[in-house]
Ligand binder design. Structure first.
Ligand code: GDP
Length: 727
């Protein structure tokens, strides 16, 4: 059976009109995994009996244990719709916002997103997040309202109440879609969903039945009959008469665009190269004879085959033996094998043409997000990370013998998940992992222990701070130790739009100068400044405003090194600096290169920049999170108290269904341990989630203690330079 499916897939791979690349996006626990298993069973990938229990997509052991999906895994299946066989490539997306980077990457590889919403809970914050991620990538949504069985058997709702509830879910989702697509001028169609159009399905992933308007018309079933069967516990009959997989896969084939329809619209959105080039046309036409272009969305590990790069082939045909460029690296990699995903497993095939999802081995330099191509080309837009790492934990191998293996594993982890930052410290053996939240780091360390069998000890989670100038500085002079070199510079503050543009990688040193200039000007940087950008480091810009200074060109690399050092370790507490516009106005350099080497230039520049930052009243910024808690009325006070007691702010409290919702904001640092505190404060009756919401200047009266605390932890001397007296 499996072999037959692989053969079917291979035949279908060459017909892009019959391919659908899709993702299922949902708030955690709304039923994505259960639904996916249904689809796989419906397509004959796993047996019907085990669907719902097997959780085929959650291949990692820790995911099964936690019951949440973490890694974006891929599966392909076939489905016959209106007499034509279709190939459906499904990319799994994580449901927890702590893994936001994975979601965005998965979205880039697909053209349609099936949004799953729990009928009882309705649209939740992560529904909004995943929907936004889909729309931002130009991915078309449809809606499946799940757990309808609960409305019938638990809540005892009749046809009218059910209809009302569905209408309200559809309205919520459409409000989100309308709000987000209004300003997207490349989307001409109306992307709101409706029962009448067949872009809404509903049913029960647990009991394997589903309906949509077309299926109701075909089977002659109505709400009343569905309710009767569900109440009478005749779920098997229901599942037989209107099987979930058929209804959903029909919807997928009918309403999601195939690659030939999708790529002309999506390519300009995700690729900013020269549209006159052949490769631009080849990608838009899904040309299997064109240059090879693969966008890597995920790096997986196979114990036998090693690293596997999975991604969407936008043009050309990928085959064993090809020598391909990997964006951001110098050399080429040789393709060792190509394959497709079936369930959790990879099947080798001869070739994978444009429009498909491929699994490729041999691309050792590729990371999630790489552009891989047969000719050198402008890479795809760097993927927007909605959140940057805000929390750090140290890991140490319990046994010295494991040290090399631990380092290798950490490097691997960073490659698979670009939202993770790794700092290897070979001297102390205490390495640092930074990520999106407490849970994110917990999952990573558990994987190291379990999958790699490396016992580790971990430190307390530590919040990552930033240092940012608050006003413009005066001109500051930097003098080298030998007093033969002098640098004159100022620091100004960057506007938030510019900072965001830099953080999202929309303007970077990797892109052609003209594009970078345009992106910076769009964000509000003035024209002159944008033309003189010498370097970008983190969310900081360095401008060279000097004219005709002898030897400056040859010295510039050292100057930038000094700036980078100063920015990596800010003057307050050696935390990264952001939001600084640094202008080099003038310099005096010694004639003789020997007297303007690294030991002279770097400290002069570093010290000057620190002094300028202090003159610009640099302050500590801390990461904050938005919190939403759903809780029964009687626990509402306790829940809002948990937020307020954490230097937090409650913004809104309102009733939704039979629960109260508390929405607020709190610093990430105070949110450590929230999980167990809220559980005990509400007798376990609260469900909650958080989303990173950027950085915020800490209150002045809290700054000195916080700075001391960080300096002490880092083994720095406690007293600050006298010039920092503004707290
Ligand atoms: P995911 O986090 O979105 O992948 O959600 P899961 O598929 O793991 O489902 C979360 C929980 O909801 C599990 O306990 C499922 O058994 C249950 N569940 C999923 N679909 C349904 C459904 O249609 N009806 C009911 N009653 N429970 C469901």
């Amino acid at each position: 059976r499996r072999k037959k499916i692989v053969q079917e897939c291979e035949t279908l791979m060459d017909k892009p009109e019959n391919i659908r690349n899709i993702a299922i996006a949902a708030h955690v626990d709304h039923g994505k995994t259960t639904l996916t298993d249904n689809l796989l069973a419906g397509a004959g990938m796993i047996s019907d009996d085990t669907a719902g229990e097997q959780l085929a997509m959650d291949t990692e052991e820790d995911e099964q244990e936690r019951g949440i999906t973490i890694d974006a895994a891929n599966v392909s299946m076939t489905h016959e719709y209106e007499g034509t066989n279709h190939l459906i490539n499904l990319i799994d997306t994580p449901g927890h916002v702590d893994f936001g980077g994975d979601v965005t990457r998965a979205m880039r590889a697909v053209d349609g997103a099936l949004v799953v919403v729990d009928a009882v809970e309705g649209a939740m914050p992560q529904t909004e997040t995943v929907l936004r991620q889909a729309l931002r990538e130009g991915v078309k949504p449809t809606l499946f309202i799940n757990k309808v069985d609960r409305l019938i058997s638990e809540l005892q709702e009749g046809p009218e109440e059910m209809q009302e509830r569905m209408t309200s879910v559809i309205r919520e989702v459409n409000d989100l879609i309308r709000g987000m697509t209004e300003e997207m001028d490349d989307i001409e169609e109306d992307w709101t969903v409706s029962v009448e159009d067949g872009t809404v399905g509903f049913g029960s992933a647990l009991y394997k039945w589903g309906v949509s308007l077309p299926s109701m018309q075909r089977t002659g079933m109505d709400f009343g009959e569905i309710i009767d069967l569900e109440r009478a516990d005749k779920r098997q009959e229901l599942a037989k008469r209107t099987p979930l997989a058929d209804v959903v896969l029909d919807m997928v084939c009918e309403h999601f665009p195939n690659p030939v329809d999708a790529q002309p619209r999506r390519i300009p959105r995700i690729w900013r190269g020269d549209d006159e080039l052949d490769v631009a046309e080849q990608m838009q036409l899904v040309d299997e004879d064109g240059e090879v272009v693969l966008m890597v969305t995920d790096i997986g590990i196979d114990p036998h085959a090693g690293e596997i790069a999975a991604g969407r082939v936008f043009s050309g045909t990928i085959e064993k033996g090809q020598e391909l460029y990997v964006s951001g690296t110098a050399g080429k990699n040789r393709v060792q094998s190509v394959g497709i995903y079936m369930g959790g497993e990879r099947e080798e095939v001869d070739h994978v043409p444009a429009g498909n999802i491929a699994a490729v081995t041999g691309l050792n330099d590729a990371i999630a997000g790489s552009t891989v191509s047969s000719e050198e080309m402008t890479p795809f837009e760097s993927i927007e990370h909605i959140s940057e790492p805000v929390i750090t934990k140290s890991v140490e191998a319990k046994n010295m013998d494991d040290l090399p293996k631990l380092i290798e594993t950490l490097q691997q982890v960073a490659k698979e998940d670009p939202t993770i930052d790794i700092e290897i410290n070979e001297d102390t053996g205490e390495h640092l992992i930074s990520g999106q939240g407490e849970l994110h780091l917990e999952v990573v360390t558990q994987r190291i222990e379990r999958n790699q069998g490396i016992p580790v000890t971990t430190g307390e989670p530590i919040v990552v701070f930033r240092e940012a100038p608050q006003e413009d500085s005066r001109e500051v002079e930097g003098i080298s130790p030998n007093r033969h070199n002098r640098f004159y510079l100022t620091v100004e503050t960057l506007e938030q739009d510019i900072i965001d543009t830099l953080k999202q990688g929309k303007a970077s040193m990797d892109m052609p100068e003209l594009e970078r200039r345009e992106a910076l000007q769009d964000a509000g940087l003035d024209k002159d400044t944008s033309q003189n950008v010498e370097h970008i480091h983190g969310a900081n810009i360095i401008v060279d405003d000097t004219k005709g200074i002898q030897h400056l060109n040859e010295t510039m690399e050292l100057v930038l090194e000094g700036f980078e050092e100063a920015l990596n370790d800010g003057p307050l507490a050696a935390e990264p600096v952001e939001g600084a516009l640094i202008t080099l106005h003038d310099a005096r350099l010694h004639e003789d290169a020997i007297h303007r080497g690294p030991a002279q230039v770097i400290p002069a520049v570093r010290q000057a920049l620190h002094n300028a930052l202090i003159d610009a009243r640099v302050k500590l910024l801390e990461p904050i999170q938005e919190v939403r808690i759903d809780v029964p009325n009687e626990h509402m006070g306790a829940a809002s108290g948990e937020v307020q007691g954490r230097r937090g702010r409650v913004d809104d409290m309102y009733q939704e269904g039979d629960l109260m919702v508390v929405e607020g904001v709190a610093p990430v640092e105070e949110m450590i341990g929230f999980s167990s505190d809220i559980r005990s404060a509400t007798e376990g009756r609260a469900s909650w989630n958080t989303e990173n919401a950027g950085f915020q200047v800490m209150a002045d009266n809290l700054q000195p203690d916080q700075i001391d605390e960080i300096r002490e932890r880092k083994g720095m001397k406690l007293e600050l330079p006298e010039s920092i007296d503004y707290f």
